[in-house]
Design a protein around this ligand. Sequence first.
Ligand code: FAD
Length: 279
Amino acid sequence: VGAGPAGLACSAAVAAAGLHVVLFECTAPGGQLNQVGEVQAYAGGPFEPAAELAGRLTEYALNAGAEFRYEEVTGIDRVGPGWRLNGGEVFAELVIASGSEVDLGKYPGAESRVGRGVSVCATCDGPLFRGRPVIVAGCGRDARYEADELRKYASDVVLLRTPKAATLGLEPGAQAASPEARLAPFRAIDVDEIVACSGDPLESVTYRVGTEVHTLPAAGFFPAGDRVSPHERWLRPGPASPARSIIIGDARPGGSRTVLEAMGDGVRAAQEIRVRAPS
Ligand SMILES: Cc1cc2nc3c(=O)[nH]c(=O)nc-3n(C[C@H](O)[C@H](O)[C@H](O)COP(=O)(O)OP(=O)(O)OC[C@H]3O[C@@H](n4cnc5c(N)ncnc54)[C@H](O)[C@@H]3O)c2cc1C
C-alpha cells in the first residue's frame, strides 16, 4: 500500500522475482517526491529533480511487472493467512508503505483552513502567495525546505522554529547544501508552540514563547513539523492485526525519513517476501 519510494522499490523487486504484485496508490506514484522540487538522495550527494526520481522508480516497478491500482486503502481484514483489502481481493502478503504526513492536529485552526491560506506543500502552492507574507512552522530539513521554496514567491518568510519532533528522524543536511543565497534572508523565531490560526481565509498565526503569546499577520501558513503515519487510521493494532504485515519507509517508526532508507526498506521487504513465497 503506497507508491512512494518504499512501495515502488519493494514492488519492483518482488515483481522482478516473478511474484504478482498489486500496488495500491490513492494519489500519484512518487509519494512525497511529488511535494519537493529537488531532493538530495544522500548526504553530500547532488540535488536532483524529485519528479525525475519519482518517474524512474515508477518505470522500474512497471517494467518489472507490478500492477498499479489507483484506489485508497481504507480497510484491511485478516482472512486466514492472508489479507483482504477494501473488502475485495485477498493477498498473501501485505506491505504498508503509506508514508507519513504532517500532523495538522498539532496546529490549532490549521486543518479547517487547508486551501484557504494553509498548505503542506510549498512546491505546489508557493506561487499562490506571490508578494504576500507567509509563515512556516516546524524544524529541520522539511521546514528549511519549505521556507527556502517560499522565499521565491512571498514578500516575507518567517520560520517559527518549533521544538524538534520525535517523528522528524535524521536530517541528511539536504538544505544545508543548497546555495548560500537561498538560505540567507528569512527570519527564524524559536517558539514553544503554535497556538492558533485566525481569519478565514487565514489572516494571522499566534505562537507562544515561554509565557508570552504573539500574533503575526500571514496570508499563508505552512506547517512542516510533527508527522504521523496515515496507516494508523485504517490498520488498528490489536490481536488480529499485523502478524505478518511489513511496515516500510516513512510509515515505519524510527526511520530516518529519507528516500534512500525508504528504498532500502523496500528491497529488504521484497527479500523477506521472496524467502516466504512457495516455490
Ligand atoms: C519538504 C520535504 C523535503 C524532503 N527532502 C528530502 C531529501 O532531500 N532527501 C531525502 O532523502 N528525503 C527527503 N524527503 C523525505 C522523502 O521524500 C521521504 O522520506 C520518502 O518519500 C518516504 O518514502 P515512502 O515511500 O516511505 O513514503 P511517501 O513518499 O510518503 O509515499 C507514501 C505513498 O502512500 C500513499 N498512500 C498513503 N495512504 C494510502 C492509502 N490508504 N491507500 C493508498 N495509498 C496510500 C501516498 O499517497 C503516497 O504516495 C523530503 C520530504 C519532504 C516533505
